[in-house]
Design a protein around this ligand. Structure first.
Ligand code: TRP
Length: 359
């Protein structure tokens, strides 16, 4: 309960579509969040309602994944004393704002959203996805704006959503708060807008490629290294990376996933060692993939081992009770902020007929 409301705010979140978070989440966003926790009033959202867009027949999975994400957050070091964990399904203001914002976004613009299009392709949703699937992009605007943050730390794939969110906030402020068309985004709040116009902030690695070396790391593509993978599993996945070299003196494509990972996971601690590996591969010197993979596996394990240990604490019955406490406390604090926002928004829209209190 120490979150200081005078600090600028951030909001970001994860969708519980998988059993846990992976390295792509870590370098794309979680690492960023850890640093931002010290400076910002942070809201971290579990988009459990959005999980139903693709997993509507699997409520048990969504529930387990939801708890799994909170455990991962705690294991990584997100701190519920300083930051507010937001369970989307218990924040009614988000659902209400979603409906209201849906009036401000042209239907065709939602349907042309490139992030949605990519997801439809990569998840093989065809043309049978539910109405709620494109709707989630509108919902994400509400997730964000309900907390009136300045900053939204996300992976590169989310930038189209942030753009839409900015459009909605601009339009709302102009339509209902008398903010002039010429007022620049950064001045909107000062000019009387209910919403600051939030900015996206992409992490150190906007898009981490999966162990297949082809697509973005993702649970559904089977190319992910999870934060809860044990040391052996991590090494096995790294060993499975294919370099396709005919001999140990063959060079390797500078963009190869093995080199990308060396940059990201070895280079984070020792930039010159990562460069050395690149140089060795380029030089025609004899380099054994196996040794590089062992070194890389070790670096990744060194990063995630402490997380794995902390996570184990939450796998017990007592640990799970702690997780539920964290969720309960977060909901309370999140509703306080989100209800404030909704009150301001409804007033601006001339919907302030009564005062209500949600506890
Ligand atoms: N769509 C995001 C993802 O799948 C999760 C998310 C939901 C989110 N609401 C958000 C991220 C609001 C940032 C802000 O990764």
């Amino acid at each position: 309960m120490t979150s200081t409301s005078t600090n600028p705010r951030i909001l970001t979140g994860d969708t519980p579509t998988s059993t846990g978070l992976h390295l792509g989440h870590y370098v794309g966003s979680l690492e960023n969040r850890l640093a931002l926790q010290d400076v910002y009033d942070c809201y971290f959202l579990i988009a459990n309602v959005h999980a139903f867009t693709t997993l509507a027949e699997k409520p048990d999975d969504i529930r387990a994944n939801t708890l799994g994400i909170v455990k991962d957050w705690l294991a990584v070091g997100l701190d519920p004393a300083r930051s507010t964990f937001v369970l989307q399904s218990e924040i009614p203001a988000i659902a209400e704002l979603t409906f209201l914002f849906a009036m401000l976004i042209p239907f065709n613009k939602v349907m042309r959203n490139p992030t949605l299009k990519t997801e439809i392709d990569s998840k093989g949703l065809g043309d049978t996805y539910p109405f709620g699937f494109p709707m989630y992009a509108v919902g994400q605007c509400a997730d964000i704006l309900a907390f009136r943050p300045q900053l939204v730390p996300v992976g590169e794939d989310q930038e189209a959503h942030i753009e839409m969110c900015r459009d909605v906030a601009l339009k709302f402020n102009q339509l209902y708060c008398g903010v002039g068309n010429r007022v620049v985004a950064d001045e909107h709040e000062k000019a009387g807008g209910v919403f600051p116009i939030p900015k996206g902030k992409v992490g150190r690695v906007g898009r981490l490629v999966g162990t297949d070396g082809k697509q973005k790391m993702s649970k559904s593509l089977g190319n992910a290294i999870f934060l809860y993978d044990d040391a052996k599993a991590v090494q096995k996945k790294i060993n499975g990376i294919v370099t396709g070299r005919a001999s140990m003196t063959d060079p390797i494509d500078p963009n190869h996933v093995l080199l990308q990972y060396c940059d990201v996971f070895i280079g984070a601690k020792d930039a010159s060692r990562a460069q050395q590996i690149r140089d060795d591969y380029a030089s025609g010197k004899e380099v054994k993939d196996g040794l590089i993979k062992a070194e890389l596996g070790e670096a990744i394990n060194a990063l995630i081992a402490p997380m794995r240990e902390r996570r184990a604490k939450y796998e017990t019955a007592a640990g799970e009770a702690m997780v539920l406490d964290v969720i309960r406390d977060g909901i309370k604090r999140a509703n306080k902020t989100a209800e404030e926002t909704l009150t301001l928004a409804k007033k601006a829209m001339k919907l302030d007929f009564v005062t209500r209190v949600i506890g």
